[in-house]
Design a protein around this ligand. Structure first.
Ligand SMILES: [Zn+2]
Length: 162
């Protein structure tokens, strides 16, 4: 799963520490459950392991069970990587991108566009006609833009996502 760039991006955005978080998650997936075990196995400092684990916990990607040692009265935390939650986050992300893509496509198809010849500022027909087809930013004349290339690019992106 770490070969998937989208998953890597999610984990990085959650922990801000991709290298350590990948090692820690791999370690959990191999059955190591306590922070001490993980620290020992990955050779990552215990406080860093804990910090990453709590960040993952905050995002719902890791969970733990706490148990008390009857002899020492110390608590042990057994951590678990919640792989399903990562895929849920991924699904939501794709859903959002695909929705934005659809909206952009509709907007491009339903509008005509005019572009500033100087700086590339872009306006739809309504905006352009309000300013007499001059750029609202710099005053340069606007020129009609054929947006069929943009539309086909959006369509292609949409197809690739499905
Ligand atoms: Zn301009």
């Amino acid at each position: 799963m770490f070969n998937d760039a989208a998953i890597q991006e999610i984990l990085t955005s959650i922990t801000n520490d991709d290298e350590n978080s990948f090692s820690i998650i791999k370690c959990m997936m191999q059955g190591k459950t306590t922070d001490e075990e993980i620290a020992e196995d990955t050779e990552i400092r215990l406080n860093i392991v804990r910090r990453v684990l709590y960040k993952l916990y905050d995002a719902g990607i890791a969970s733990y069970k706490r148990s008390k040692d009857p002899e020492t009265q110390w608590y042990t935390y057994n951590w678990k990587f919640e792989e399903k939650k990562v895929f849920e986050i991924l699904d939501e992300k794709y859903e959002k991108i695909s929705q934005e893509l659809n909206e952009s496509l509709i907007y491009e198809e339903e509008n005509m566009f005019f572009v500033c010849q100087l700086n590339g500022h872009r306006y739809n027909f309504e905006e352009a006609s309000e300013s007499n087809f001059t750029c609202g930013e710099c005053g340069a004349p606007l020129e009609y833009q054929d947006n069929s290339a943009i539309i086909s690019e959006l369509k292609e992106l949409k197809e690739r996502m499905n």
